[in-house]
Design a protein around this ligand. Structure first.
Ligand SMILES: Nc1ncnc2c1ncn2[C@@H]1O[C@H](COP(=O)(O)OP(=O)(O)O)[C@@H](O)[C@H]1O
Ligand SMILES: [Mg+2]
Length: 471
């Protein structure tokens, strides 16, 4: 009990109470309305010489006292015959776990009632806000139980009892049933502010309609919030789709351009290398026709043919490594790395775990990742060294291509990681191909170089066995 409690002995003979002894419930929207109702509940009895017990939350003490004084009750009367105590502290004195304990409740309230003294002879006007606290804590069944306990005590001790709940506490549609139960436990229902003055069944009906209106208003508010959320999500999604569509469009354009470039490159290579070799071959063959016994001419023929064969093989490997189907990714990668290093003059180390098993569907994808990454090193990195590593984990195969070059500009890479735009066909292609297999790709880049790391999943039943001697 707080020091603010004012319990004074009451010596004068109790006045006859003219009030009806009721157990009423008040619904309210504002604290001011609550304070006024409590004052209107206790003031007549105090004026008639009776006493009052007010169990309210501390924040409500002052507004209630002001309202009571406003109704003509002097400080002397308040001191003599009114006990005002903290509802939260009183509640915790009789709660047992999640429920109010009937014995502790009776003893707590009786002790408080006894402190009003006059309670022994005259009716007491009591106000309790504990049910409302329980309700706001979500302990709704406990609130209904406490209402029952109050009801019993009210009859035993001749109390004129008032309970109160904020109408906002019944803002859900499913609150309707408990709301009805609470109303039915009270002899009178006082609707929230805004209703015309009424009592009896009309008051009950108005309170019921107010609860419905409250639930509806909350539902409307919740729907509005949900609609707004949906609208924002929709707008975000549209922006993303727009960005992706733009990126996709520019990507397909790039793919077409790249295809043209690639065709031109192959045509040039065929013309410059194979074309020249064949012209040379024809010259040598013409000479050999005239001097068929010249062994040197036939040797020259042989050498030119050998070079043509190598060139055709290289070109065909680059277009589609045929060995990848028979020998697997690791063998094709080892050949490609060696060839790349020789042609570009960049040192490339190649490390592959023993008997790495790459799933059939991932062989060509990993090869293209390797090709694209090494081409990027050659074209953009200005690197002197590259490390290529392939290793296996129980559920995936990893490929890493790391160079010691100049790195990718930070902003550009951040944009690519954020929304997948801003890069060329190469890195975007790597990402999409690997994603299509259910794998992951990662590009780490800084001043010390760039690392492209991809991991493709290994489904347990689709392992392509690579014979160790195949490479
Ligand atoms: N290893 C690398 N080192 C430095 N910059 C790189 C590297 N790989 C890619 N880049 C940068 O990323 C850009 C995008 O690469 P990519 O998507 O392969 O397209 P492209 O090679 O056709 O430009 C390149 O233009 C280059 O600026
Ligand atoms: Mg590229």
């Amino acid at each position: 009990m707080s020091a603010a409690d004012v319990a004074q002995p009451f010596h004068s003979p109790p006045a006859a109470a003219t009030l009806q002894l009721q157990h009423r419930v008040k619904f309210y929207r504002s604290d001011a309305a609550l304070a006024r109702s409590v004052a209107e509940h206790v003031a007549p009895l105090l004026q008639a010489g009776g006493s009052a017990l007010i169990l309210a939350t501390v924040a409500h003490h002052q507004p209630i006292l002001s309202e009571i004084c406003g109704l003509g009750i002097g400080p002397g009367t308040l001191q003599e015959r009114c006990v005002i105590a903290d509802a939260a502290a009183t509640l915790s004195s009789f709660m047992y776990g999640e429920r109010p304990d009937p014995v502790r409740f009776a003893s707590s309230i009786t002790e408080l009632l006894d402190r009003t003294r006059a309670a022994k002879q005259t009716p007491v006007a009591a106000f309790g806000e504990m049910v409302s606290i329980l309700w706001s804590q979500g302990k709704r069944e406990a609130a209904v139980q406490l209402e029952q306990l109050w009801g019993e005590l009210q009859r035993e001790r001749s109390l004129s009892l008032l309970c109160a709940y904020p109408m906002q506490a019944f803002s859900r549609d499913e609150d309707h049933e408990l709301f009805s139960r609470i109303c039915s436990q009270h002899s009178a229902v006082m609707p929230a502010e805004g209703a015309f003055s009424c009592d009896g069944e009309t008051a009950r009906e108005i309170a019921r309609l107010q609860q419905h209106a409250e639930a509806l208003a909350c539902e409307v508010e919740a729907r509005k919030t949900a609609e707004e959320k949906l609208r924002r999500a929709h707008a975000e999604l549209e922006t993303i789709v727009e960005q992706r569509t733009k990126a996709l469009r520019s990507l397909s354009l790039q793919v077409l351009k790249l295809q043209d470039l690639e065709r031109r490159r192959i045509a040039r290579e065929l013309h410059d290398s194979l074309g020249q070799e064949f012209v040379g071959l024809r010259v040598i063959l013409n000479l050999a026709r005239r001097a068929p016994r010249d062994a040197q001419l036939w040797d020259d023929c042989d050498q030119v043919l050998e070079r043509c064969i190598t060139e055709v093989r290289t070109l065909s490997y680059l277009l589609h490594p045929p060995m990848i189907e028979e020998a697997g990714f690791v063998a094709a990668a080892s050949w490609y790395v060696e060839d790349f290093s020789r042609r570009s003059g960049i040192k490339v180390s190649f490390q592959a775990g023993e008997n790495v098993k790459v799933p059939d569907g991932a062989q060509l994808v990993l090869f293209r990742v390797l090709q694209e990454s090494l081409m990027n090193v050659y074209r953009h990195a200005h690197a002197s060294r590259v490390r290529v590593e392939v290793w296996e984990e129980p559920d995936r195969v990893n490929l890493e291509v790391a160079d010691n070059g100049c790195g990718i500009p930070r902003e550009r890479l951040a944009r690519f990681n954020r929304d997948g735009t801003g890069m060329g066909v190469g890195l975007t292609g790597i990402r999409e191909r690997v994603r299509d297999l259910g794998g992951t790709s990662e590009i780490i880049s800084g001043r010390r170089g760039t690392t492209v790391r991809v991991a493709v999943p290994v489904p347990k039943d689709s392992i392509h066995d690579v014979p160790p001697e195949a490479s």
